[in-house]
Write a protein that binds this ligand. Structure first.
Ligand SMILES: Cc1cc2nc3c(=O)[nH]c(=O)nc-3n(C[C@H](O)[C@H](O)[C@H](O)COP(=O)(O)OP(=O)(O)OC[C@H]3O[C@@H](n4cnc5c(N)ncnc54)[C@H](O)[C@@H]3O)c2cc1C
Length: 404
């Protein structure tokens, strides 16, 4: 008899877990996946490219319906899980149904943080997380000419780019003094700002949003310094919050996310959490690579292997056409580390590598990012780089040629 395994959430973590499990233990579990969104699981990472018109919606589908069917996975999408009773091993759904489980996985992801300021609920104030948001933003961009994007992180920049490409006049407003401050050092961020402005996007740094102004829908964004930016829509991309409330209500330990150990296990027996809803060693990740790492390790454990998840290296690529930016690991350089920097303003190229204890600890690449996968491998593998350190900044091709 197959053991009933229920997965709450039908996003990227759930899809990867089912794929990894199907490869290792097909038939061992009767899997049911519960999804709040009324779609088959899709590749959320591609939403920026859909908004920019570079990728059709159809290409975001992760697996067709028959893929799930063929692997015996029951999909219940369009009905959220509303409560979990860990004692009686039951999940309650919004449509009133109940599902029993032997093992339960939370894969509920996260949601956009909404600004706690006046006017945040006005029509035309949008967020950017789901397929339905893309439709709303694209529709607004098609009939309106002005847009304000709040948040100069990866998501905000990609939203601003998509809107500008759709023909909107875009202002990007950011609280910090540089764009993507969590991924880029000051120099790379300055180059990025120039490239974003060259796309026709106005960038305002070091500014806080005071309120949204409007009667029936948003008409302006007012800044704390008193300035008002007239607009027809606003997209808020200021961060994410793990969807951990159902877990907390069921008695799971929750800090920012649902707390898990190296076995992806919560504080309840047979209840696991993976993806953006989970907090591992104090970290809630917001990228897909850690989600995939966690899904693989959990699939191995559910198949009987005692593997462990030890954490992931954060690595980011910006998806704005013609702007090549990569960042991974400790890109600022903690005390005791050394930085190797190469810059060619003429070519628009910048590289910074951070070396700690003879190993590459972090990298920022701007302009030419072709060596990003190699640097990432070196960081992830903890490879000793002293033997080729003097050539490291020039990339893989030179290092390998000299070694041959
Ligand atoms: C526009 C955009 C661009 C991105 N670009 C990148 C990128 O370039 N690189 C990168 O690494 N990452 C990127 N990300 C982040 C990446 O998409 C996430 O890290 C990844 O989707 C997380 O997977 P997840 O399964 O944990 O969460 P999600 O993919 O969000 O899936 C969670 C699912 O659970 C559902 N759910 C929540 N609560 C319930 C409930 N109670 N009952 C049922 N279902 C529920 C949600 O509706 C959702 O469908 C991007 C994200 C966005 C929004």
């Amino acid at each position: 008899m197959s053991e009933p395994l229920v997965v709450i959430g039908n996003g990227m973590a759930a899809a990867r877990l089912c794929e990894e499990l199907a490869q290792r233990a097909l038939g061992r579990y009767a899997i049911a996946v519960i999804g709040a969104e009324p779609h088959l699981a899709y590749n959320r990472v591609l939403l920026s490219s859909v908004l920019a018109g570079d990728v059709p919606i159809a290409d975001t589908l992760l697996k067709p319906a028959n893929w799930w069917r063929d692997r015996g996975v029951t999909l219940r999408y369009g009905a959220a899980a509303t409560a979990v009773d860990i004692g009686s091993h039951k999940v309650r759904l919004a449509d009133g149904k109940e599902l029993g489980f032997a093992k339960l996985v939370f894969a509920t992801g996260s949601r956009p943080i909404r600004l706690p300021i006046a006017g945040a609920d006005l029509p035309g104030v949008l967020t950017f997380r789901e397929l339905s948001d893309v439709a709303l933003i694209a529709k607004a961009a098609a009939c309106h000419s002005r847009a304000v994007v709040i948040g100069g992180g990866l998501l905000g920049i990609e939203a601003a780019y998509g809107l500008a490409k759709a023909g909107a006049k875009v202002t990007l407003v950011h609280l910090m003094d540089r764009l993507m401050e969590r991924q880029l050092d000051a120099r790379a961020a300055l180059m990025l700002k120039a490239a974003v402005e060259a796309k026709g996007i106005e960038v305002l740094l070091d500014v806080a949003t005071a309120r949204f102004v409007g009667e029936d829908r948003v008409e302006a964004v007012e800044l704390k310094d008193g300035r008002r930016i007239a607009t027809d829509m606003a997209v808020v991309a200021v961060g994410i919050k793990p969807n951990a409330e159902i877990g907390a209500a069921a008695g799971l330990a929750v800090n920012r996310g649902i707390v898990i150990d190296d076995g992806l296990l919560t504080n309840a027996t047979d209840v696991f959490a993976i993806g953006e809803c989970a907090e591992h060693r104090g970290v809630c990740y917001g990228l897909v690579e850690p989600v995939n790492d966690q899904a693989r390790v959990l699939a191995e454990r559910l198949s009987g292997r005692q593997t462990h998840y030890r954490g992931s290296v954060n690595a980011t690529n910006l998806k704005v056409s013609g702007v090549h930016v990569f960042s991974a690991g400790d890109f600022i350089g903690a005390a005791g580390t050394e930085s190797i920097v190469f810059a060619d303003p003429g070519l628009g190229t910048y590289r910074k590598l951070v070396v700690a204890d003879g190993r590459l600890a972090g990298a920022v690449l701007y302009g030419d990012t072709s060596d990003a996968p190699w640097y990432l491998d070196l960081i992830r593998g903890g490879t000793a780089v002293e033997a080729f350190r003097e050539d490291l900044i020039f990339g893989r091709a030179l290092v390998e040629r000299l070694a041959a």
